[in-house]
Design a protein around this ligand. Structure first.
Ligand code: FAD
Length: 317
């Protein structure tokens, strides 16, 4: 079932989760161990992130180095299929521009359609670690909107090389990313919202936001999007705090602010267990306020912390 149908049919706020594929070598048990407790909350859907390969240098016997491409977390499509089969819950694979030619993207979409997967979250992806800024593959998609248009085309039976008769393939429901604190490459928030509006005009059906720790930023963002004429659901993305290191890592990697009260509480905590308590309290307060405001879905980035998420969501649903 499509995410947008879940939202339209719901009478109250839904819950959804987002997971990372495990590191290469770990089996599907790692995913089931992570998700099993969270199934208590009957998530409407589960997102599975996509991680492109990284360039590394491997030392050869003669002392020289050779360049290799390593994918540490493969398996997004397989995990989605396993989730659907094992839990009968709708998976949402993330699909990125980076590292894919348009042809490879088409093949991935054909595989997803054969599996009966109804949803994709389309993203540009970040620059590869050895690049200063994002570069698409030769014949790859540059922006999320280009990838989105490719999915929309395929939904209409328009493939890269030919237009084929529509035999009733999956019609993907397409989600896109939004940034309450603006995407870090955008010159300003208004422009970022205009690009989001273009993605909506091209066929995006809902937005999932980057994490934020101050609900006011989400509420203001939704207001600005509505003023700009974006009417589709905007799902808040929520991440738990569980270690002191996140105080500097999250702003650096995700370009988000941490409110003063949260930063002080984390700084005062003596152990990571105490930080986790601070994080759980903050996440619960954020979730409660968002739920009371009637958001369509509370989307949790569970990222290795299912117990913390379970503790919080148990208080709400
Ligand atoms: P875009 O919409 O393409 O925007 C990228 C930048 O270009 C923005 O600054 C935008 O304002 C600007 N822009 C957009 N269109 C145009 C245009 N036509 N002309 C000029 N500028 C334009 N990354 C992963 O690698 N894997 C994941 O699984 C993943 N999951 C994510 C899930 C969520 C909910 C979010 C919020 C992010 C996720 N990311 C993931 C990170 C994402 O790939 C990065 O934030 C990336 O830098 C931008 O992706 P985007 O889809 O927002 O890009």
């Amino acid at each position: 079932m499509k995410v947008i149908d879940h939202i339209n049919q719901a009478k109250k706020t839904l819950v959804s989760f987002e997971i990372l594929p495990p590191l290469k070598g770990k089996g599907i048990k790692a995913i089931y161990d992570h998700l099993d407790p969270l199934m208590d909350f009957k998530p409407a859907f589960i997102n599975v992130t996509y991680h492109r390969s990284e360039t590394m240098f491997k030392k050869q016997a003669d002392g020289s180095f050779s360049k290799i491409e390593v994918r540490k977390r493969p398996g997004t499509v397989g995990i989605c299929a396993a989730i659907m089969q094992h839990y009968k819950v709708d998976p949402v694979p993330h699909l990125i521009c980076g590292g894919f030619t348009r042809e490879e993207t088409e093949h991935a979409l054909i595989d997803l359609a054969f599996l009966g997967i109804d949803n994709v979250l389309v993203l540009r992806g970040d620059a590869a670690k050895n690049e200063a800024s994002f570069e698409p593959e030769p014949n790859g998609n540059r922006y999320a909107i280009d990838l989105l248009k490719q999915v929309v085309n395929l939904n209409h039976g328009i493939y890269l090389e030919e237009e084929v008769k529509d035999y009733g393939n999956a019609k993907f429901c397409i989600g896109v990313a939004g940034y309450p604190e603006k995407h870090f490459e955008s010159p300003n928030r208004e422009m970022d919202i205009q690009y989001l509006k273009a993605k909506v005009a091209a066929g995006a059906e809902y937005v999932v936001t980057q994490m934020f720790f101050d609900n006011q930023k989400y509420f203001e963002y939704v207001d600005k999007c509505r003023e700009a004429g974006i009417t589709i659901p905007i799902i808040p993305g929520l991440k738990p705090i569980y270690s002191k290191k996140q105080l500097s890592i999250l702003p650096r990697i995700f370009h988000v602010d941490m409110p003063m009260a949260l930063s002080e509480a984390i700084t005062k905590a003596k152990t990571d267990e105490e930080v986790e308590e601070v994080g759980a309290d903050w996440l619960l307060a954020q979730s409660r306020e968002l739920k009371n405001a009637g958001v369509p879905v509370l989307h949790y980035y569970t990222l290795g912390k299912p117990k913390l998420i379970h503790k919080v969501v148990k208080e709400l649903f």
